[in-house]
Design a binder for this molecule. Sequence first.
Ligand code: HEC
Length: 416
Amino acid sequence: MRESKKWNWFFFTLSLFFTWILTFSWGYSQTYVSGKVITADKMVVASGAVALEKGELHNNAFRAGGKINPDGTFKIPLPSGGPWGLHVYSEKYLYFPLQIQIAEASDNEIPVILPVDGNTDDDPRISNIRFSKMSDQTFRITLQVDDANDNLGPQMLAIDTKRFKSYRLRPKAGDLQDKKNAFPTGEYVSPLIPVALDGEDLRDWLFAVADHQCSNGAIYNGQGQSAFKPPIPHTEKLICAVPGIWKSNFGKVYKFSQTAPGTLNGEQFEGNLIIDKMEQKATKIFLDYRYKEEKGKAELQLLCQENNVILKGTFSLPERSGEWIFTKLKNAKVAPMGKDLFAANCSVCHYSDRKDYKVGPGLLELFKNPKLPYSELPPSEKVLRAQIINGSENMPPFKHLKTEQVSAIIDYLKTL
Ligand code: HEC
């Protein structure tokens, strides 16, 4: 009797130990790709599908996938880091292929901006989606694809949004060797899918097809219903600051991030412009860059008007110059630094998610109110910086914080 009790305890402790290992080791090492899908006409899509190829873009090695949530976001766990090809599909917008580099064991946020599909009449069409049970643990999917202008591409995709997987369907008559050719209309079949069909909710499956001009038609679920939800206006309050996601008047997307006070890092997505140096003095931005091996310079001015935040100025290259305008689409993801510094230094006395007093006033919506809670001054970086560094009657000074740490806290306060 006593012996068996001992064994019970032993197994109980052992199971606790394994639960602990699983939660911690998995929880901390998962690799994700995530983002929010906004559009060139300033909307946020509310439906759609995401599929990922392992390795180079357009190698058709589809492995992972998921859905776009009603708030435009997606978050997909990936089995490994390294290069992946990202494809994002949402009805009424052109589909978006992007070569991305994924860092292991972290959440990789990728900006996605979909161009408007000006002509939806020639979009490919899916019909007659069927699931056929092949064994207790496998099934196959077939569907019909039609296309008005006969320029289908190789992406006929089935996406398992529950297990975050994607599968490419092939023409029933056999796959094409040259994936750049127009694919035939007609019946397409999936590989053998290692999932039990019994008990599967077919609404967890999404189907998207694209043509060579990046048009994708309606996206359907496994019950043959359209997954479409109308896009919603993009209402993120844009901070009057350079870090964030921007779109240029040449249709290119950039990510600007702060590296130190006055210095920024600029990155162009999908293009051949490399930013070597980016500096900020007050509201002026100075850029040194290379475009197709030519060296260029630019001077831009940060201009903010309600929710319209732009950078406007001129670029110059050896042979030409012109106007360069960037429109801000998205704020930078707040560096965890600001949040962590707040938790370490301020949260003992201030709530970040409430307005009532703890020891000092709650700081929820601090920058969204016309007046600060105590001094009743209008909120500004300058006043905040002074408050943090010098403190006040009942608030200690934080003179030991570095300039960029104070900036990080202020950036974080702006998001509350
Ligand atoms: C020991 C408690 C305490 C700590 C720690 C503290 N504060 Fe305060 N804070 C207060 C009090 C109390 C007030 C109200 C003013 C007063 O009585 O001095 C205040 C006021 C403020 C205000 C309102 C200013 C205004 O003009 O209305 C802001 C903003 C603020 N604190 C931010 C911060 C930040 C950011 C940190 C962390 C770097 C921080 N506080 C740390 C106690 C604290």
